[in-house]
Write a protein that binds this ligand. Structure first.
Ligand code: FAD
Length: 510
């Protein structure tokens, strides 16, 4: 067996990041992916004549990708073309009100002042400071650590001064924090929506999730060609550095011999020997036994009640009119509390969902000129019940009606053509991402302890590592990338210490 061979299970962004780091380190690395191409959730889908981003659309935390490329001896700008967005998103309510948030926070404050009054503009600037403070506190002590560590977190909070941290009330819910920050319920709703970036409810997620507001404030970029281009580019770089990618290959077993990883067995029976395996698929698959009995105990099982949100998405090649869409648009439901009760308590699609619309051919300005068909990606949150036959066809159809009539009430008319649309449901997401029920963000982030319960990148099984949005530090493209980087670096560090130990043992013996 090649003692330096590693297998990465899954070509999601976390798996690609890990593989690039390992290949750049001179390791023989093979990425095994059951889909036909790289990207995982960051996948492209063809509809009509167009190629869509069917997963993530918002690119943030550029520094994570700079770090990844640097670690591989490369420069991000040489390989990925990024253009900063000046408008972060356009938000709309059913009474016709709209509010844009901008990369320039002063400009956002002015927009909020015009929308909700000068006091709310001041509240917004204070909220920006608070969310930046939370991010600064968590960045090195938590996000950039290979596993969650309460002690380190407490020390970081202590250094910052408990009085200042106490004011942020990080252990209360995000909703409570927002209710204290803002008087206008629409602003509470707008910033509460950031909890859904982790597949969670703002009414149950901790206030620390306000850091997502800072992450967006810190910069949103357009990736030229679409987000899936990033996955394709990383895959090409892995191959250039000597790595191998095998698509349409499923790992059915992680082989353990004498208590440590010895390779993987593919669905067709082929054995790939390896001394290390990085699991990038949702780690719930390990506990569910989908990768063999020997690794079942590597992570704690994830009860259904702790699953994050799934989604229903529509990819539409369609004409849009009546509303000045930008790239990123959010159309809000009239009762947010009810929406999340339905999702998390009743496990059903909301009667009136909040809708995200990504107009993938647009940028910071509304399109001018008569409406040709364009690429529209619409998303509503859904319960992760895709492994239990839910939501059923009739419920999806009812949700579709509600979704597009809410958009009409906000002024947006979309002329849909069933031949030029693709719907993806929690059942589809469950098929794509095994053992999840369609949950897209791993374990739900409800309660302040939830983030501490995500597994770190090392497991108790020597040679088995975890990477991706289902493990520490969090879901989302940059966080999954960070986790892939940390998994690869932990693997490299562990191999180096084994070599040191062996050398010491040998020289001690002679
Ligand atoms: C609709 C949608 C919208 C989103 N929007 C955003 C956004 O705007 N911004 C953002 O930052 N994040 C967003 N996210 C979240 C983000 O996409 C994910 O957190 C991130 O891409 C997850 O990456 P990952 O490394 O966990 O791998 P995943 O994308 O989960 O990929 C894992 C891969 O492992 C493969 N696999 C699993 N088991 C096996 C096996 N046994 N053998 C072989 N292969 C296997 C799967 O096929 C899959 O390709 C969105 C997600 C979705 C679905």
């Amino acid at each position: 067996m090649d003692a330096r061979r590693a297998v990465v299970i899954g070509a999601g962004i976390g798996g690609l990041a890990a593989a690039l780091r390992l290949a750049a380190d001179g390791r023989a690395v093979t990425v095994v992916e059951r889909a036909a191409g790289p990207g995982g959730k960051m996948r492209a889908v063809s509809v009509g004549d167009s190629r869509f981003d069917a997963g993530p659309t918002v690119f943030t935390m550029r520094w994570v990708f700079e770090r990844l490329f640097e670690a591989a001896g490369l420069a991000l700008d040489d390989h990925v073309r990024l253009r900063p967005a000046t408008t972060l998103a356009r938000h709309a309510w059913q009474d016709g009100a709209t509010l844009d948030l901008f990369a320039d926070r002063q400009r956002s404050a002015e927009a909020i002042g015009a929308f909700a009054g000068a006091r709310e503009a001041r509240n917004y600037l204070r909220f920006c400071d608070d969310s930046a403070a939370v991010f600064r506190l968590l960045k090195d002590s938590f996000l950039c650590q290979p596993r969650p560590n309460l002690g380190r977190l407490v020390r970081a909070f202590g250094r910052a001064g408990f009085a200042s941290v106490g004011r942020l009330q990080p252990f209360g819910t995000l909703w409570r924090a927002l209710s204290r920050q803002f008087d206008d319920p629409r602003l509470q709703q707008l910033f509460g929506r950031y909890a859904t970036y982790c597949g969670s409810s703002p009414f149950e997620a901790p206030a620390t999730l306000m850091l997502v507001a800072h992450v967006e404030q810190d910069g949103v970029w357009y990736v030229e060609g679409g987000m899936h281009v990033l996955a394709g580019g990383l895959a090409a770089l892995i191959e250039q550095q000597g790595g191998t990618l095998r698509y349409q290959s499923q790992v059915d077993e992680i082989v353990i011999e004498r208590g440590r990883v010895a390779g993987v067995r593919l669905q067709d029976g082929e054995h790939l020997p390896a001394d290390a395996v990085i699991m990038n698929g949702d780690c719930a698959a390990l506990a569910a036994g989908l990768l063999g009995q020997a690794v079942r105990s590597a992570v704690a099982p994830r009860p259904r009640t702790t699953r994050s949100l799934s989604a229903v998405t529509w990819l539409l090649e369609a004409r849009a009119s009546g509303f000045p869409l930008l790239r990123h648009n959010v159309f809000f439901s009239s009762d947010y509390a009810r929406e999340f009760r339905e999702l998390f308590r009743q496990h059903r699609l909301p009667g009136e969902p909040t809708v995200y619309v990504c107009a993938q051919d647009r940028g910071d300005e509304p399109k001018t000129g008569a409406g040709d068909a364009e690429r529209l990606f619409c998303l509503v949150n859904a319960p992760a019940v895709g492994d239990r036959g839910g939501p059923e066809k009739a419920e999806i159809e009812a949700c579709e009606n509600q979704t597009f009539s809410l958009l009409r009430r906000c002024g947006l008319a979309i002329e849909r053509d069933p031949d030029r649309s693709v719907v993806t449901t929690p059942q589809d997401f469950h098929r794509l991402f095994p053992a999840t029920g369609g949950a897209l963000y791993g374990r739900v982030s409800h309660g302040w302890k939830a983030s501490l319960q995500r597994p770190g990148c090392r497991t108790a099984i020597p040679g088995l590592y975890l990477a991706g949005g289902s493990v520490h530090p969090a879901p989302g493209v940059p966080m999954a990338t960070l986790s892939g980087l940390m998994a690869a670096e932990s693997l490299v560090a562990d191999r180096a210490s084994i070599r040191r130990f062996r050398r010491a043992a040998t020289s001690g013996g002679t």
